[in-house]
Each structure stands twice: as C-alpha cells, then as structure tokens.
Design a protein around this ligand. Structure first.
Ligand code: TRP
Length: 444
C-alpha cells in the first residue's frame, strides 16, 4: 500500500476526469448505432430512465466504496468487508484488461481514420466501397496493430503523469475541446438537407419495437457509457478526499456523459438520414457510413478529420481510466513505482490487443463460443461481467455497508435527506432486481 495516496486537486478536476472516463467511444461510436439498431427514440427514452435511476445510483455506490477505502477495487472490498467480496474487485481488474484489448483496437482505428481523412483515402462516396475499404483495413495484419500500439503509447504517457498532473490535467483540456468540436459538427449536421428525418427517428418514440433485448441493450449501454461495473469509478473515487462530496459530482458526470451521447446522436443520425444511409448499419456506422456522408459534404475532409480527432480524444481519456484500474491495483499491491507498473501494463495490454485485432482478419477462424476473440470479449464484458459487477456493487453498498454507505454519502455533502433516502431504496431494491431481471431475460 502506498502511504501517500495522490488526490484530485479540485471538484472540477475530479468531474473532468470522471467525465473523461465516461465519455468515450461508448458515447460517440457505440450509442448512435445501438440506438439505430434498437429503433431510435423509444430506446433513447429507456436509456435516459436507466441512466438517471440505476446508472446514477450505482455510480454513487462505486464512488462511496472507493472514497471510503482509498484503495483499488480489490483492496477496497478486502478492507471494507473481506470474505468473498474481493472477488468483485479482481473481476473488475480482469474486466478492465478484457475491455482494453478490444477498446484500444477501435481507438487505433480512429487514429488511422483521422490520418486517412487527411489524404482522403477513406472518404469514398459509395457505402459499398467504404465497407470494402474498412474491412480491408481492419483485417490487415499489420496496419491497425501499429495504430493500436501508437494509441496505447499515448495513453501510457498520460497515465505516467499520475493522477493530478497526468489524468486530471489532460481531461481538463480535452473535455472542453471535445464539446466545442461536437457543437461545430452538430451545426453542420442538422442543417443538411434531409436531416429532419433523422431527428424524427431519434426523437419520436415508437414503443412497439421494445423487447427484453432492448432493455438489456439500454442497460448494457448505460453501464458501459458511465464506466460502471468493473471498478473504474471505485478507483477514481479512491482519489477523492473524504471531504470532497460525491452526490453533486455524480450527477454532473452522468449529465455530461448523457449530453455527449445525445449530441453524438444528433450529429450522426441526421447525417445518416440526409444521405440515405441505414441507421441500423451496426458498428460500421461510424467508420463506413459517416465517411461516405463526409465525402458528399462540402469541405467534408475537414469535418472528417475533426470528427475522428474528437473520437480519438474521447477514447484517450477512457482508455486512461481503464489502464488506471489495473495500474492502481499493481501499485497498491506491489508497491512498485508508477513508471515501472505503467510500462509493464502497457506492454501487457498491447499483447492482448494483438489477438483482438488479428481475430478480425488472419485469425478469424479461431473462435470462442462461435465468436471471434474481439466479439467474444465485447459480448462477455458488456452483457455479463459489467451488469454482474454492477449488481454486486449495488448489493454490497445496500446490504453490506448499509447505514455506513448512507453516512458516507452524507459526508461532506449538502444533499437533501429525501434524495439520500431515494438513493438507498434504489440501491437496495430497484437496482439489484432490475439488473438481475434484465440480465437473465436478456440472455435467454
Ligand atoms: N465509458 C467509456 C465509454 O463510454 C468506456 C469505459 C471506460 C468503460 N472505462 C470503463 C466502460 C469502465 C466500462 C467500464 O467509451
């Protein structure tokens, strides 16, 4: 255990870093296509309801656990309860690794597409051609791996700076930059001819399309987007000083995260409709559909570079938070220096990112339960370990910490008693039941 734990220097710094973790590929790449696949506005409403009830409550629970233990997730459960609970923390550290292995690959693609937008080689007018170019790129055994390596190296540089000088400072500049870029793109997108159909799709609900699968998709998306269920927010909470309050910051983080997702939807879906592309194009929406949209736009190359730069920034602050879970664990447990641990973790992440990338090309015949390595990890983390982690966090805060958790939440905060009471009811009853039901029914 390190005797002098670093802390965030201010509330704004903490909120920027936590929002930096939350806002990522999940908001800009994943949210619009998942919304597109799940029928648009009805999904959006369900998503909002889940984020501000279950999502926000689990976020608060994770911050409470981290702040009170002042340790990484595994250490925190060990210190606060012992028994089998540290397993939740270990599961988190492992999940962070698994997410990193495919997340860094996608993040690498964003860098590649940024570079390729400068030269114009990906801005093809035709979606079929765009699809072929994308497939050829991601299945190439060398090029995406190189971009992934560059991306991991950039993230490690930030993490090496430490909590306050690295993570907090980077987030404080990058997050506002991201907002400005999104607003510029928004102005362009909604003024395109034909954009209105996209707005209708995104904002006018049709509940006939809602199934258990929709609910699971919304819950999974909420957890992924808020960085929940695997210890990121426990780790970030552990860098809070006890007198730094939790409630208001958590609301700010959830609001910023949702705002970026909604803005991303408002940028991407109208553009997709304006150029007659399909909103249900899946993960390729961002890399296939949008470049063809940019190709048809005046000064499209400029907007394309700006867009992929935005994605890369968003991904960077999220990867940093995932790396920090693993790094904090090794620093706390081995007492190793940040530099040594970060270098080692960076190398390990690269090693597991390579099979993820190759599974989309030369290694595609190797499968786990019928899925390639990349898809298997994506499925396992989003649909199983993260909801399960969230369920266990809720049970832990509501049934093991109980009154202690309530006192923690009240500590250093001016939160109203009714709000604190509402949180307690959600975390004890609503969140565990809802997560369990959605998890089980979504799987069967
Ligand atoms: N929330 C990030 C996104 O939306 C991804 C992420 C970062 C994450 N840390 C996480 C997801 C921890 C789950 C758990 O892209």
């Amino acid at each position: 255990m390190t005797p002098t734990r670093e802390h965030w220097t201010s509330k704004l710094g903490f909120v920027s870093a936590a929002a930096g973790s939350a806002v990522g590929l999940g908001n800009i790449w994943r949210f619009p296509y998942v919304t597109g696949e799940n029928g648009g506005a009805a999904f959006l409403l369900i998503y909002l309801a889940i984020v501000f009830s279950i999502g926000l409550s689990v976020l608060i629970a994770e911050l409470i656990i981290g702040r009170s233990a002042q340790l990484n997730p595994a250490g925190a459960f060990k210190k606060l309860a012992g028994g089998a609970w540290p397993a939740v923390g270990y599961m988190g550290v492992i999940t962070a690794f698994l997410i990193l292995s495919f997340y860094c690959v996608i993040a690498g693609w964003t860098l590649a597409y940024m570079v390729k937008s400068v030269t114009g080689s990906v801005l093809l007018n035709d979606a079929a051609q765009g699809g072929a170019t994308f497939s050829a790129f991601i299945s190439n055994p060398v090029e995406p791996v190189v971009y992934t390596a560059i991306f991991i190296a950039l993230s490690i540089l930030v993490v090496l700076g430490g909590v306050a000088n690295g993570i907090e400072r980077a987030s404080r500049y990058l997050m506002p930059a991201l907002f400005v870029i999104l607003l510029v793109l928004l102005a362009r997108s909604i003024t395109l001819e034909g954009a209105y159909a996209g707005l209708v799709f995104f904002l006018q609900p049709d509940f006939s399309k809602v199934t258990w699968g929709t609910l699971l998709a919304a819950l999974g998306q909420a957890f992924f987007s808020l960085s929940l269920g695997m210890g990121t927010m426990i780790t970030y909470g552990s860098y809070l000083q006890r007198r730094q309050s939790i409630g208001g910051s958590a609301v700010a983080v959830a609001t910023l995260d949702t705002l970026v997702a909604v803005l991303a939807g408002l940028v991407i879906l109208p553009a997709v409709f304006a150029f007659g592309a399909a909103p249900s194009a899946g993960p390729g929406l961002t890399f296939i559909t949008l470049p063809s949209v940019f190709a048809q736009m005046p000064v499209g190359a400029f907007f394309a570079v700006l867009f992929f730069f935005l994605l890369a920034i968003a991904a960077l602050t999220s990867v940093v938070s995932l790396l920090e879970v693993v790094i904090a664990y090794f620093i706390d447990e081995t007492g190793g220096s940040r530099t040594k641990v970060a270098a080692l973790v960076g190398a390990l992440v690269f090693l597991i990112a390579v099979p993820s990338s190759l599974s989309l090309g030369v290694w595609s015949e190797y499968t786990i339960a019928g899925k390639g390595f990349f898809d298997a990890l994506d499925f396992l983390t989003n649909n199983i370990t993260m909801p399960l982690g969230g369920l266990l966090v809720a049970l832990f805060a509501g049934w093991v910490l109980r009154r202690e958790a309530l006192l923690e939440l009240a500590e250093g905060s001016s939160m109203n008693r009714t709000v604190i009471g509402a949180w307690y009811v959600i975390i004890r009853f609503l969140a565990p039941v809802a997560i369990a039901v959605i998890l089980v029914s979504g799987l069967v």
